[in-house]
Ligand binder design. Structure first.
Ligand code: SDX
Length: 454
């Protein structure tokens, strides 16, 4: 068969002349992959790709991103259509099951999530073990990992029913745990979920009601929060989802894997960016100071980066950012409030997108750039912004975890390295390392002697 028809790539080692062919794996959309699983066996070398910029860690049917075109699809549906026509829980069903639900399917799913929103009373003691001023993400990492200790009846990760009930429990309980972390920081009693509220209404009620004051949910707040949850639901193999897959590949339970993902999301380069964006906009404080911060972001000697700008995959406008910006604008307009940092954000975007540095590096606002404006308007405190991202992304994490567990090609993730340390060293006795001659060391497996200083 002529070379042009073989779906392979040939790698030639120009030093040795060795040539090896590797198959190309194509998908339904987007770049194909070169299957290099035999590279080390055939050529005795590894690929080198810190940050995995050119590496596909898996094949997946869940989410598709075209960074050049600014496309995001959940199970083939454009996120713009889902944002316009569906709600977060319907998207949860779609991400988990691969298709939009019928009325009966959605009714059953909605009921499963609603009736699993309470947490075991014992979890309150976990939360009380944290300092009152613990960051709620620290509480989320700890409590979600501890959830597995309550569900010994469903931890067989190969059992399809256990996979499903764990997914329902995580999606249902994350808002309850998140709100409980917030209430704990206020020294207020935890508010129980209510079965007659929808997902975002329930979360807002658990966040803001108290024994002395019933909280009336603003329908506009509930709707825009549901949109934010929907837009953050999944995003292909980002850092936190890759963490969940890697942790899950060791066959750890899904609660432990999701807890690892929460930790990865916390960083300001990832999910922590929404909190960092608002802190940055507050620090800018006035549109007149924008040029100063833009100059700093462009200065390679200054570690400051424009939070909420840039993306590993999107080299065009993040479609979610546009939807969040428009929702923020509508919310402020309908609430007849103005938020000075929204004005700063709009002006900052305008200035940056006219600046060659950002244009040439294809740095556009990402999903985190405007989301904080909405959270502020709703009354969500700054240190809860990334927590809401984690609540929303739980369905993506658990859908990707389940796809990985069910993948016939699944193996434990174990990347290699290019070693650059010392080639070889022999042990240097303590006497040659300046230890006092009479100094006795106590090491396990060595003749014990009292540690004594002369
Ligand atoms: C999320 O992966 C996902 O899908 C994540 C996410 C999801 O839904 O899960 O979309 C959510 O995490 C969005 C990203 C949120 N993070 C931020 O907003 C933090 C600010 N952004 C940057 O830290 C950065 O853009 C990253 C981390 C998002 C992406 O980094 P990359 O792809 O590794 O890009 P890079 O660091 O190689 O940057 C390329 C160039 C560099 O300049 P040079 O070295 O080529 O001269 O662009 C510069 C960078 O210095 N650059 C920026 C910048 N982002 C990149 N310069 C100033 N400000 C920025 N924000």
């Amino acid at each position: 068969m002529p070379d042009s028809h073989r779906k392979t790539v040939t790698i030639i080692n120009n030093e040795t002349g060795q040539r090896e062919e590797f198959p190309i794996i194509g998908g339904t959309r987007g770049p194909a992959g070169v299957d290099i699983r035999q590279l080390y066996q055939k050529m005795g070398m590894f690929t080198y790709d810190p940050g995995f910029k050119s590496t596909a860690s898996c094949s997946s049917e869940i989410t598709f991103i075209d960074g050049e075109k600014g496309v995001l699809q959940y199970r083939g549906y454009p996120v713009e259509q889902l944002a316009e026509h569906t709600c977060y829980l319907e998207v949860c069903y779609l991400l988990l099951n691969g298709e939009l639900p019928t009325e009966t399917e959605f009714g059953h799913f909605h009921n499963m999530i609603t009736t699993h929103s309470m947490v075991n009373e014992g979890l309150k003691d976990f939360i009380r073990g944290f300092r009152y001023d613990a960051h709620p993400m620290a509480i989320l990492v700890g409590v979600v990992g501890a959830l597995s200790s309550f569900y010994h009846d469903s931890l067989d990760i190969h059992d399809l029913r256990h996979q499903e009930i764990s997914a329902h429990r995580l999606i249902a309980k994350m808002p309850t745990i998140a709100a409980a972390a917030y209430k704990y920081s206020l020294g207020q009693p935890i508010v129980y979920p209510s079965n007659d509220l929808c997902y975002s209404e329930n979360f807002l009620t658990m966040m803001f009601s108290s024994p002395t004051q019933r909280y009336e949910v603003n329908p506009l707040h509930a709707r825009v929060l549901d949109l934010l949850f929907l837009l953050h639901a999944d995003h292909e193999q980002n850092a936190s989802t890759s963490t969940v897959r890697l942790a899950g590949s060791s066959l750890a339970n899904p609660f432990a894997a999701v807890s690892a993902g929460i930790g990865a999301l916390w960083g300001p380069a990832h999910g922590g960016a929404n909190e960092a964006v608002v802190r940055m906009l507050e620090e800018i404080g006035d549109v007149k100071r924008i040029p100063e911060f833009v100059a700093r972001a462009k200065d390679r000697n200054d570690p400051f980066r424009l939070n909420g700008f840039g993306h590993r995959v999107y080299k065009n406008y993040d479609p979610r950012a546009r939807l969040v910006r428009d929702a923020a604008h509508d919310l402020l307009e309908q609430s007849k409030t103005s938020d000075p940092i929204f004005e700063i954000a709009l002006r900052l975007e305008e200035i940056a997108l006219e600046d060659d540095y950002f244009v040439s590096k294809k740095l556009y606002p990402n999903v985190d750039f405007y989301s904080g404006i909405i959270y502020r308007e709703i009354g969500i405190p700054l240190n809860m912004f990334t927590v809401l991202f984690a609540v929303a992304r739980t369905v993506g994490w658990i859908a990707q975890w389940r796809e990985m567990i069910q993948d016939p090609e699944r193996v434990i993730g174990r990347p290699r390295q290019v070693y650059k340390g010392p080639e070889h060293k022999d042990y240097t006795p303590t006497e040659e390392r300046g230890f006092h001659a009479n100094c006795q060391r106590v090491c396990p497996g060595r003749p014990t002697a009292k540690w004594s200083r002369s």
